[in-house]
Design a protein around this ligand. Structure first.
Ligand SMILES: [Zn+2]
Length: 100
Protein backbone atom coordinates (compact mmCIF):
# COMPACT_ATOMS: atom_id res chain seq x y z
CA UNK A 1 0.00 0.00 0.00
CA UNK A 2 2.82 2.34 0.91
CA UNK A 3 4.62 1.62 -2.32
CA UNK A 4 1.51 2.07 -4.44
CA UNK A 5 0.91 5.54 -3.03
CA UNK A 6 4.43 6.77 -3.60
CA UNK A 7 4.13 7.68 -7.34
CA UNK A 8 0.96 9.66 -6.62
CA UNK A 9 2.66 11.63 -3.88
CA UNK A 10 5.65 12.22 -6.14
CA UNK A 11 3.53 13.53 -9.03
CA UNK A 12 1.53 15.76 -6.69
CA UNK A 13 4.75 17.19 -5.27
CA UNK A 14 6.15 17.93 -8.72
CA UNK A 15 2.95 19.66 -9.80
CA UNK A 16 2.76 21.73 -6.63
CA UNK A 17 6.39 22.69 -7.07
CA UNK A 18 5.82 23.63 -10.71
CA UNK A 19 3.00 25.98 -9.74
CA UNK A 20 5.07 27.54 -6.97
CA UNK A 21 8.08 28.05 -9.24
CA UNK A 22 5.91 29.62 -11.93
CA UNK A 23 4.35 31.94 -9.33
CA UNK A 24 7.77 32.91 -8.02
CA UNK A 25 8.78 33.83 -11.57
CA UNK A 26 5.86 36.22 -11.75
CA UNK A 27 3.43 34.13 -13.78
CA UNK A 28 -0.16 34.20 -12.69
CA UNK A 29 -0.80 30.54 -13.34
CA UNK A 30 -3.55 28.63 -11.64
CA UNK A 31 -6.53 30.41 -13.20
CA UNK A 32 -7.04 33.12 -15.77
CA UNK A 33 -3.63 33.59 -17.30
CA UNK A 34 -2.48 35.88 -20.09
CA UNK A 35 -0.57 33.89 -22.68
CA UNK A 36 1.20 34.70 -25.93
CA UNK A 37 1.20 32.49 -29.01
CA UNK A 38 4.15 32.02 -31.37
CA UNK A 39 2.84 34.81 -33.57
CA UNK A 40 2.63 37.28 -30.72
CA UNK A 41 -1.12 37.28 -30.13
CA UNK A 42 -2.14 37.85 -26.52
CA UNK A 43 -5.16 36.21 -24.99
CA UNK A 44 -6.51 34.92 -21.72
CA UNK A 45 -6.89 31.27 -20.92
CA UNK A 46 -7.48 29.05 -17.95
CA UNK A 47 -4.08 27.74 -17.01
CA UNK A 48 -4.04 25.19 -14.25
CA UNK A 49 -0.67 23.45 -14.29
CA UNK A 50 -0.84 19.71 -14.14
CA UNK A 51 -4.56 19.28 -14.57
CA UNK A 52 -4.03 17.39 -17.80
CA UNK A 53 -1.04 15.53 -16.37
CA UNK A 54 1.00 16.11 -19.50
CA UNK A 55 4.65 17.01 -19.47
CA UNK A 56 3.86 19.80 -21.90
CA UNK A 57 1.35 21.24 -19.45
CA UNK A 58 3.59 21.80 -16.44
CA UNK A 59 3.42 25.56 -16.47
CA UNK A 60 6.03 26.37 -19.09
CA UNK A 61 4.33 26.08 -22.44
CA UNK A 62 1.57 24.16 -24.11
CA UNK A 63 -0.09 23.77 -27.46
CA UNK A 64 -3.58 25.12 -27.84
CA UNK A 65 -5.83 27.03 -30.21
CA UNK A 66 -5.22 30.76 -30.41
CA UNK A 67 -8.62 32.55 -30.40
CA UNK A 68 -7.17 35.72 -31.95
CA UNK A 69 -6.30 34.18 -35.33
CA UNK A 70 -7.90 30.77 -34.91
CA UNK A 71 -4.74 28.76 -35.35
CA UNK A 72 -2.98 26.16 -33.22
CA UNK A 73 0.22 27.29 -31.64
CA UNK A 74 2.63 26.84 -28.82
CA UNK A 75 1.60 29.32 -26.15
CA UNK A 76 3.53 30.51 -23.13
CA UNK A 77 2.37 32.47 -20.08
CA UNK A 78 3.28 36.15 -20.04
CA UNK A 79 4.45 37.85 -16.88
CA UNK A 80 1.82 40.31 -15.72
CA UNK A 81 4.51 42.94 -15.14
CA UNK A 82 5.57 42.72 -18.79
CA UNK A 83 2.17 43.79 -20.08
CA UNK A 84 1.14 47.32 -20.88
CA UNK A 85 -2.39 48.45 -20.01
CA UNK A 86 -3.34 48.16 -23.67
CA UNK A 87 -1.98 44.64 -23.97
CA UNK A 88 -3.81 43.63 -20.80
CA UNK A 89 -7.08 45.00 -22.21
CA UNK A 90 -6.55 43.25 -25.51
CA UNK A 91 -5.77 39.96 -23.81
CA UNK A 92 -8.90 40.30 -21.67
CA UNK A 93 -11.02 40.70 -24.82
CA UNK A 94 -9.73 37.44 -26.25
CA UNK A 95 -10.63 34.52 -24.10
CA UNK A 96 -10.52 30.99 -25.35
CA UNK A 97 -13.51 28.72 -24.99
CA UNK A 98 -13.83 27.23 -21.54
CA UNK A 99 -13.54 23.54 -22.17
CA UNK A 100 -14.35 21.56 -19.05
ZN1 LIG B 1 -2.08 33.58 -32.48
Amino acid sequence: MKNRLRPVVLVASILALGTLVARRLGYKVGGNTVVRCREGHLFTTIWVPGVKLKAIDLGVARIQRCPVAGHWSLVVPVRDSELTEEQRRSAAQHHDVRIP
